[in-house]
Design a protein around this ligand. Structure first.
Ligand SMILES: [Zn+2]
Length: 62
């Protein structure tokens, strides 16, 4: 498998898609609210970054 060097897309457990995926945005982690940790433990949802990559809520345009 070819592994492109340079930009490395890291997916956090709470990510819906890798960072940089079109149509997604980094948002404050809903689990830790951006703190990066939960009661003394690193937040597993955002991997301690305080941010997760999510798809914006689908807005069906009429
Ligand atoms: Zn978090």
């Amino acid at each position: 498998m070819a592994e492109p060097s340079g930009s490395k897309r890291i997916m956090r457990p709470g990510d819906e898609a890798p960072t940089g995926t079109p149509g997604t945005d980094e948002v404050v982690c809903p689990e830790c609210e951006g703190a990066g940790e939960l009661i003394g433990k690193p937040c597993i949802a955002c991997n301690g970054t305080g941010m997760v990559n999510r798809r914006p809520e689908n807005r069906e345009s009429a």
